[in-house]
Design a protein around this ligand. Structure first.
Ligand code: C2O
Ligand code: CU
Ligand code: CU
Length: 531
């Protein structure tokens, strides 16, 4: 096992700080020891934002306001369209252009440590929000990066070790949307026809306050709420016109997996995944969306009658005995009985969003047959053909682990060392499949799916193999999109997935982890060390 030095800057600054502390009077110690606490003089941003994480109150239901943790943003420099504030508890939508240089001054005004991660973005280690950079209340962390990602739907959220689940649950998340030239040429539905849909499940008590518990059971299974929130609001009805729309859907839930489909059986048309637009649209009966995954859908309401509805639902699938309370869409204090057993699957239909046809219009953009050219990586692109980097999902002492280990801030092992500017084959698999049939807690846990997320550049799916022959897989298997760029992939029980991932441009420590936030907080996370 190897360990690298604490990031050098911080190490030096701490050293200097310690020495100074001994030698100098207090008044001279105003300097903050946090790395990146100050903007760099050589970085000239096109866009600058102040982003504050703070406690706030938001009206979600009638009556008492809900106490949340919230990102609040202020545009210091750049196009007016950069920040868009939503009504609910989520942070502002950030809209960036490829090639922009962005500075984000992040201020922690919470009573606990915090750091923010730009999920899906390809940025240097010090700009990635690694949990080792968590800052205390009153401190500032300055992020500076150039937007290298292509057009797509990313997001940002707290990444504070052992607090990610609770901080995201209470509201610390937002969308981060990138656009570029190639996308503009496609003339996809834009502005009011380009809709963000962040899906999160939450539970509320009778006073309209979030219920969140991280008891052992909830940590093992992941926290499941009884109420669906859309864009941080309880309102699920969106009035639309008889034309095409682009839906940017993010599963921002801590643990719940959705099987998204249309209530009238219309097939789902996917145009994008985590990493951006697909090469061409893909029709599917439904889409599986695990925590942190994004899917962009094309939906055309042309020809539908005013007053009619089309409902995006999460459909039943197998995997457990858990049921979502009928009060799902009603919200407010009811649930409670659901999710007491089983870790996966849902046996009831859940309404996610209702689109109400409100207005007839005469024309609509047509779905392009080709979207964004994409080079498929193949085994021939692998830099070290004989090497397969393992991500083994396992469990010891009732704790989930990756590669037989739990997270240590800066720890990595030999197999987690990646040469800079290489393309690696990575195999994500269960350490001991076949044990999934066992009963009780252990059996249930062994048969859990895990959404595995890798920081840094997006990857492509090379292959999937299912070693279990059970019907629960049959109930989800048509919902995976393996043709696009991904940063998170749902590893089903009994499954083995091979991916191809480039590690370009940036050296350092980049986490990979389960995106069931309770699992991540339980240390189901490791680092790759790129050098
Ligand atoms: Cu969205 Cu490391 O996380
Ligand atoms: Cu990430
Ligand atoms: Cu997990």
């Amino acid at each position: 096992m190897t360990n690298i030095n604490y990031p050098r800057r911080r190490f030096l600054e701490y050293t200097a700080f310690g020495t100074l502390l001994a030698l100098l009077p207090k008044a001279l110690l105003a300097e903050n020891p946090v790395p990146n606490s100050k903007p760099s003089s050589t970085f000239n941003p096109d866009v600058e934002i102040d982003l504050v994480a703070q406690a706030a109150e938001v009206g979600i239901y009638r009556g008492a306001k809900t106490q949340v943790l919230q990102y609040q943003g202020k545009l210091i420099k750049g196009p007016q369209s950069t920040l868009k504030t939503l009504r609910g508890y989520l942070g502002p939508v950030m809209n960036f252009q490829q090639g922009q240089k962005v500075r984000i001054n992040f201020y922690n005004q919470l009573a606990e440590p915090c750091i923010t991660h730009w999920h899906g973005m390809h940025v240097p280690q010090a700009m990635d929000g690694h949990p080792m950079y968590a800052i205390a209340r009153g401190e500032r962390y300055v992020y500076e990066f150039e937007v290298k990602n292509p057009a797509g739907t990313n997001w940002y959220h707290s990444h504070t070790h052992e607090l990610t689940g609770s901080q995201v649950y209470h509201g610390l998340a937002g969308l981060l949307i990138i656009s570029d030239e190639a996308e503009r040429k496609l003339e996809l539905p834009s502005n009011e026809y380009d809709l963000p849909i962040v899906i999160q499940d939450r539970s509320f008590d009778r006073e309209n306050q979030f219920r969140f518990s991280s008891n052992r059971h909830n940590r093992m299974r992941g926290f499941l709420g009884d109420t669906i929130m859309i864009n941080g609001q309880s309102d699920h009805i969106i009035p639309v016109k008889t034309r095409a729309y682009r839906l940017r859907i993010l599963n921002g839930s801590n643990a719940r997996v959705y099987k998204l489909g249309w209530d009238d059986g219309t097939s789902v048309t996917a145009i994008g995944t985590d990493g951006g637009l697909l090469a061409k649209p893909q029709n599917m009966p439904y889409v599986m969306l695990a925590p942190a995954e994004r899917v962009e859908l094309w939906v055309d309401f042309s020809g539908r009658k005013t007053g009619s509805e089309l409902v995006l639902q999460s459909l039943p699938y197998l995997g457990s005995h858990m049921a979502m309370g009928r009060g799902g869409m009603m919200g407010g204090g009811m649930g409670g009985m659901m999710g007491m057993m089983g870790g996966f699957g849902q046996d009831e239909v859940i309404d996610i969003v209702k689109f109400q046809i409100a207005e007839q219009v005469s024309d609509s953009p047509k779905l392009p047959t080709e979207l964004i050219p994409m080079r498929r990586l193949t085994e021939r692109d692998i830099s070290q053909p004989d090497r397969t980097v393992p991500i083994a999902v396992g469990m010891r002492h009732m704790n989930f682990q990756l590669n037989g280990r739990t997270f240590e801030m800066q720890d990595y092992i030999e197999s987690e060392k990646i040469p800079l500017n290489s393309i690696q084959r990575i195999k994500i698999f269960h350490e001991s499949h076949g044990m999934g049939g066992g009963g009780g807690m252990m059996g249930m846990m062994m048969s859990m799916p895990h959404p595995i997320h890798l920081h840094g550049q997006q990857f492509q799916v090379l292959s999937r193999r299912q070693n279990n022959s059970d019907s629960s897989y049959d109930s989800v298997k048509k919902g995976f999109i393996d043709s696009g760029w991904k940063d998170t992939i749902l590893l089903m029980p009994g499954e083995e997935i091979q991916i191809l991932k480039p590690f370009n441009d940036y050296t350092g420590l980049f986490p990979y982890h389960c995106h069931i936030l309770e699992h991540e907080d339980m240390s189901m996370m490791r680092n790759f060390y790129v050098a």
